[in-house]
Design a protein around this ligand. Structure first.
Ligand SMILES: NC(=O)c1ccc[n+]([C@@H]2O[C@H](COP(=O)([O-])OP(=O)(O)OC[C@H]3O[C@@H](n4cnc5c(N)ncnc54)[C@H](OP(=O)(O)O)[C@@H]3O)[C@@H](O)[C@H]2O)c1
Length: 293
């Protein structure tokens, strides 16, 4: 028996990874869901998955949760600014609990990316290298779902704003990134590998606006803004200033190609083409149209 553990197991990506493991035939009792909120994990417990509680800020709980684990998927923390600390705690606990293998959800081109978000991923990758634990880097690109929050405004006002210029990027669905993580957890020969993960379909933000327009039947025009102006637009739409700044910075990184890849690693790992952007947007756009009607 190989015991697989997943941190962030109650998050969007974590839940999908566990669903892929179960679909692929992993026994629920071989899966350890590491969560910080036991109530949120009730559906996982019901499915027979072992739920262990450990906050990323609690080193001793992490050691207990990781005891007996053979392969760990460390899903990056959602607390930007605290992530290097959180991930460092998990890696130290994995060492203490003698976990032999860790796969980590990093970001595309983490070693060279100048996205603000990449810094903590880079630090985590360095911590993993220094730990001596066998590891795999799953350098995830942008989720297509990141655009779900802006679809409403795009349909209502016929406008998509951004600061990505006309550079292409390679987004993919969370579900495809989750399928890749599950494949790496149960697969062989991934130790030491760095996967640059993105969708097969590469688009610019203007092309993304065209897909939204096509799926919705509503005219949507992309307007490219300087980074600072885009941050102001996001703030004006109600986002906290710090988050608006990170998103605008990410678009500036997109413009430099930091969210693009032609590696083919994602479709290779999941054994099929990645889901098309158009297909991924059909359900959220239909839902919005119902809400706006
Ligand atoms: N590639 C992209 O486009 C993209 C976009 C957004 C985020 N990300 C990164 O990818 C990660 C996974 O994405 P996601 O969609 O699954 O995000 P998510 O739904 O926000 O999940 C984040 C997970 O981290 C857990 N977590 C946060 N702080 C924790 C702490 N102190 N101790 C223990 N667990 C903690 C959360 O626990 P709770 O369930 O209890 O909240 C949640 O399960 C994110 O955390 C972020 O680092 C990538």
């Amino acid at each position: 028996m190989t015991r697989l553990a997943i941190t962030g197991a109650t998050g969007n990506l974590g839940r999908l990874v566990i669903a892929h493991l179960l679909e692929g035939g992993t026994a629920p009792s071989d899966i350890v869901a590491i969560v910080r909120d036991v109530d949120k994990a009730a559906p996982l417990a019901t499915s027979g998955v072992q739920v262990r509680v450990a906050d990323y800020t609690d080193p001793s709980a992490l050691v207990t949760a990781l005891t007996g684990v053979d392969r760990l998927l460390l899903i990056s923390s959602s607390e930007v600014g605290q992530r290097a600390l959180h991930h460092g705690n998990v890696i130290s606990a994995a060492l203490e609990a003698e976990v032999p293998y860790v796969a980590y959800t990093s970001v595309l081109r983490a070693d060279e990316s100048d996205l603000q978000l990449a810094g903590e991923h880079r630090t985590t990758e360095e911590l993993l290298r220094a730990s001596g634990i066998a590891f795999t880097l799953l350098r995830n690109g942008w989720y297509i779902e990141n655009y779900e929050g802006t679809l409403g405004a795009a349909l209502e006002h016929g406008a998509l704003f951004g600061a990505g210029g006309d550079t292409k990027f390679a987004p993919a669905t969370r579900d495809d990134f989750a399928a890749a993580a599950a494949a790496v957890l149960v697969g062989a020969d991934h130790e030491g590998a760095t996967y640059e993960l993105g969708g097969d379909e590469r688009v610019s933000l203007a092309e993304l606006a065209e897909i939204i327009a096509d799926v919705s039947g509503t005219e949507v025009v992309y307007t490219d803004l300087p980074e600072a102006e885009y941050a102001q637009v996001l703030e004006g739409a109600g986002l906290p200033a710090a988050f608006a700044s990170i998103l605008a910075d990410s678009d500036a990184g997109l413009a430099k190609g930091h969210l693009d890849t032609t590696s083919g690693d994602l479709s290779r790992l999941i054994g099929r083409p990645t889901q098309s952007i158009r297909t991924a947007l059909i359900a959220p756009i239909a839902q919005l149209e119902l809400e706006l009607a």
